[in-house]
Design a protein around this ligand. Structure first.
Ligand SMILES: Nc1ncnc2c1ncn2[C@@H]1O[C@H](COP(=O)(O)OP(=O)(O)OP(=O)(O)O)[C@@H](O)[C@H]1O
Ligand SMILES: [Mg+2]
Length: 464
């Protein structure tokens, strides 16, 4: 499917066809009407349509009989049969003739309109860079009720292009994946997805990064620059770790409310065309209570909150994801690896995943690398899954007798950090949480102790 999304409505009940056309038109979908089979085929030959809504009974021919012709004239398009209750069996036959689906004709046209909107979303996904299949795979995988609800909410949010969505959930749960899914279903194909990490941004830099700046607007601004909001065009800007956003919270609120902004050092108003998505793994409400997050911005973001449940609450999704990652990394490394065995599956299911999907992904990658037998065995899983307690070489307690110069506060701190990193599956945000410090503080300490971060950092955590 390519080009504009257009629908052909084929129905001899002119009023009904017109009502559908008008409703779709209101939603920005171009429609043409045909009142008999001959007319429908002529239009299919001359034009291009992504969806054909086809009535069963046409004055000149049976609707079903023209499905193959329609499909050969409009390759890749979806034919949806419109049928009365008593002809459902025929509609099923229509599917055998290549129809995508059928909808029951009722006085209400809403179900038909909804079906078209869904097909439009799918067409957009297919057109998006990753492609529909790939996206489905590397995107939001899962069959659990929790994930289905998330996808459902994202689909709804997708229908209102200006709504700011707040994604909450533990580290590694898939907030960015969810944001990318929303982007793929609701923004124009090829538009930009820009993620901005609010943790790393001190005040003035944050402002120029988001809104852009004019030449000479501050020391060092030797060139004018567009910010993320401008650069994203009609795409999406993900404000990651929004809970850590500093002084510019007020400015952001104003932008969300007025849907326009100014570059630093300029008075020209620029219209906001992108969708803003905010993400956090902190409890924003308690940040508000601590006086570290503006209540008004919080309330504004809460218009459309979507919570991504932690992996440990998603039941068998763990295995589905594990199999997906096994397949993915086996392919990447050119290895043949058998599906997971019972024992391994049991351990995977019993574990609590503080680092969520990222942790599962990392540990499956590690197991795929480690195995030489063509199958993942218990010994390839990290100790924390096998309940073996502390990793070797770590003593949990403070030593009885201090060895001067050895058991220093520094060395103990280093060991604690290493331990926390190990336990958190090398997910820094989680390790920081375990240690009760901020991610930023952790990064500084990792650096100071010369601890190599191991695993994956968020930054180079690629899709898969
Ligand atoms: N449902 C899913 N299906 C497939 N892969 C997923 C899913 N959820 C997450 N992942 C993978 O897990 C990793 C972490 O996901 P993501 O970056 O979206 O988490 P996050 O919630 O943004 O984490 P953080 O709070 O640390 O930023 C990514 O590699 C992503 O591809
Ligand atoms: Mg993230």
């Amino acid at each position: 499917m390519s080009g504009a999304f257009r629908v052909l409505v084929v129905d001899d009940e002119a009023l009904y066809a017109q009502a559908i056309g008008a409703e779709l038109g209101r939603r920005g979908i171009e429609c043409e009407l045909a009142f008999c089979a001959r007319d429908a085929l002529a239009r299919a030959e001359a034009g291009s349509y992504q969806v054909v809504l086809l009535d069963h009974r046409l004055p000149d021919r049976d609707g079903i009989s023209i499905i193959p012709n329609l499909l050969s004239l409009l390759p890749g398009s979806a034919v949806v049969m419109m049928t009365a209750y008593h002809t459902i069996p025929d509609a099923v036959a229509a599917i055998r003739h290549g129809a995508e689906d059928y909808v029951v004709k009722e006085t209400h046209i809403q179900p038909i309109v909804d079906r078209v909107l869904e097909l439009q979303r799918r067409a957009r996904m297919r057109a998006s860079a990753d492609g529909w299949q790939e996206h489905r795979k590397s995107g939001l995988m899962g069959r659990s009720t929790g994930i289905r609800q998330v996808v459902d909410q994202l689909d709804k949010a997708g229908q209102s292009p200006e709504t700011t969505v707040l994604l909450t959930g533990e580290t590694g749960a898939g907030k960015e994946v969810a944001a990318r899914y929303l982007h793929a279903i609701s923004r124009p194909a090829g538009s930009e997805f820009i993620a901005v990490d609010c943790v790393a941004l001190p005040g003035s830099l944050a402002e120029s990064l988001l809104f852009g700046h004019e030449k000479g607007s501050f020391t060092g601004a030797d060139q004018a620059r567009a910010g993320a909001l401008e650069e994203a065009g009609e795409g999406t800007v993900l404000l990651d770790e929004i809970g850590d956003m500093g002084e510019i919270q007020g400015k952001l609120l104003r932008v969300l409310e007025s849907r326009c902004f100014q570059r630093v050092g300029s008075i020209k108003q620029i219209a906001l065309r992108a969708r803003i998505v905010a993400a956090t793994n902190q409890d924003l409400k308690s940040r508000v209570d601590q006086g570290r997050f503006r209540l008004d911005l919080y309330q504004r973001l809460c218009v459309f909150p979507i919570h991504i449940p932690p992996l440990r609450e998603r039941g068998d999704d763990v295995l589905m994801l594990a199999e997906h990652f096994r397949d993915f990394f086996a392919g990447k490394l050119g290895k043949e690896i058998a599906p997971l065995g019972e024992e391994v599956a049991e351990r995977l299911l019993a574990y609590s995943y503080p680092g969520n999907v990222r942790e599962l992904k990392n540990l499956i990658e590690r197991a795929v690398i480690m195995t030489d037998s063509g199958r993942i065995e218990l010994q390839h899983l990290p100790a924390r899954l096998l309940g073996e307690g502390l990793p070797a070489g770590l003593s949990p307690a403070i030593p009885f007798d201090f060895r001067p110069g050895v058991d220093t506060l520094e060395s103990l701190e280093k060991r604690m950090i290493e331990h926390a990193m190990e336990q958190a599956g090398h997910v820094k945000t989680e390790a920081a949480r375990l240690l009760g410090i901020s991610r930023f503080q952790l990064l500084r300490r990792l650096d100071r102790h010369g601890i190599r971060a191991g695993g994956r950092s968020r930054e180079d955590d690629e899709e898969g």
